[in-house]
Design a protein around this ligand. Structure first.
Ligand SMILES: [Zn+2]
Length: 411
């Protein structure tokens, strides 16, 4: 049974749906792309967010900017908003990120332009709508609903809005962790992953390895390939061979994870020459690898280098492997941690489903908490459209996830 007080909160949240939708759309209109992807960072979006938070009457709002010379403002903002609870020593943290990935191929955005959000059949379309706008707004409105009804949360609710999640979190959650805000018995929710009905609680993740493969040959006129060395062909051959080798060698499946196997994906492809009639002397392909914690990431990297050397000998090209990002999977959050059972209870009561507890490809802020032995769960209700064209958030999920957050705050 859901207590009467909670039911009141839920109908309040239902009433706030229109507001939630328009505020999310307002935030989507302000891109917050990382400097690595040619963006100016999160400052403008954080300023909008601060206006919203100030209007909602949080008990305390703090800002922790990280210095970053690469953005015009030289700052990467991190914002924390508190709503004090009856028990001020226990804190429920809901951690979301402000930054978004770039839109990708423009022509693939067929519903609307990436930063011009629209609502269609109960879906809000736009870059950052699902990742991580939906949860960001849901966390704010969970608190707003309690405030409107004059309900003090049982424990202090702290909302953190961080920068730089999509590029490794150096200027985001890692910067915030250095401020000493978090304690071992804090309850940490990172709503930055999940499934379509919110029945999956993530407590473990895979190791991540991002690579840039640079193949160097010799540029020449395309009518005389014999006078050069086609880096594009060798680069493609190496990429395909690497893809095959990694999948064959690291093929273990662990049903605890979703997907159960390690993934090795060729992703970004850098532009090479300007004209069709030039044989490229350089070729760049990137790989995103998510490896089950059973495997040693250094061993994977050794194999990648080994295959590159083989190709160098075979072709005469030079293949340089640059590691763009490497994170070794931390120890999973204990399945019996308080936040895991609280969330399990909330999902059972509110949704009538028994959630599955497991691991995913990972790379969320939760990893940084697990590294320092603070239990953290990743959970939200999403169709997993993040990083894709026509990314969307369902208004239904926006409201229903806010109910779960509010329930965690008061029960
Ligand atoms: Zn995200």
């Amino acid at each position: 049974m859901v207590p009467v007080q909670a039911q009141k909160v839920f109908s309040e949240i239902e009433k706030l749906k229109t507001d939630m939708t328009s505020v999310l759309m307002e935030l989507i209109r302000t891109p917050a792309v990382a400097p690595e992807n040619g963006g100016a960072g999160e400052l403008k979006k954080a300023e909008k967010l601060l206006q919203i938070l100030h209007a909602e009457g949080f008990d305390k709002i703090e800002r922790f900017d990280a210095e970053d010379e690469r953005v015009p403002s030289k700052r990467r903002p991190n914002v924390v908003a508190y709503s004090y609870g009856e028990n001020s020593s226990e804190k429920l943290w809901i951690i979301t990120h402000l930054d978004v990935v770039p839109p990708g191929e423009d022509s693939l955005w067929t519903v609307t332009k990436p930063f011009e959000p629209i609502v269609k059949e109960g879906h809000i379309y736009g870059r950052g709508s699902e990742d991580n706008g939906q949860s960001l707004i849901a966390s704010i409105y969970a608190v707003k609903a309690l405030k409107s009804l004059g309900i003090k949360p049982k424990r202090t609710v702290a909302l953190a809005f961080v920068a730089d999640e999509e590029q490794g979190s150096m200027y985001g959650i890692q910067h915030l962790l250095k401020q000493g805000l978090f304690k071992k018995d804090d309850l940490i929710v990172v709503p930055d992953g999940g499934n379509e009905n919110g029945s999956f609680i993530e407590i473990a993740e895979k190791s991540a390895l991002w690579l840039r493969v640079r193949t160097i040959g010799k540029q020449t006129h395309a009518s005389r390939p014999d006078k050069g060395l086609n880096a594009h062909r060798i680069g493609m051959e190496y990429a395909l061979a690497l893809d095959k080798m990694l999948h064959a060698k690291y093929s273990l499946k662990d049903e605890y994870f979703d997907p159960p196997e390690s993934t090795f994906e060729p992703t970004k492809k850098d532009k090479n020459v300007d004209a069709v009639n030039i044989v490229p002397g350089e070729d760049i392909t990137c790989f995103d690898c998510r490896v089950l914690p059973n495997y040693n990431i250094e061993e994977v990297l050794n194999d990648i280098h080994g295959l590159a050397e083989e190709f160098e000998k075979k072709t005469g090209a030079i293949i340089k492997i640059e590691v763009l990002h490497k994170s070794v999977a931390p120890k999973p959050t204990d399945a019996s941690a308080k936040i895991v059972s609280m969330l399990t209870e909330a999902i059972k009561k509110l949704r009538g489903v028994e959630p599955k507890i497991g691991g995913i490809g990972g790379g969320t802020c939760a990893a940084f908490f697990r590294k320092i032995d603070v239990p953290a769960v990743v959970w939200s209700t999403i169709d997993e459209t993040a990083h894709q064209p026509n990314e969307y958030a369902k208004i239904e999920n926006l409201a229903n996830d806010a109910k779960i957050f509010a329930f965690l705050a008061i029960s």
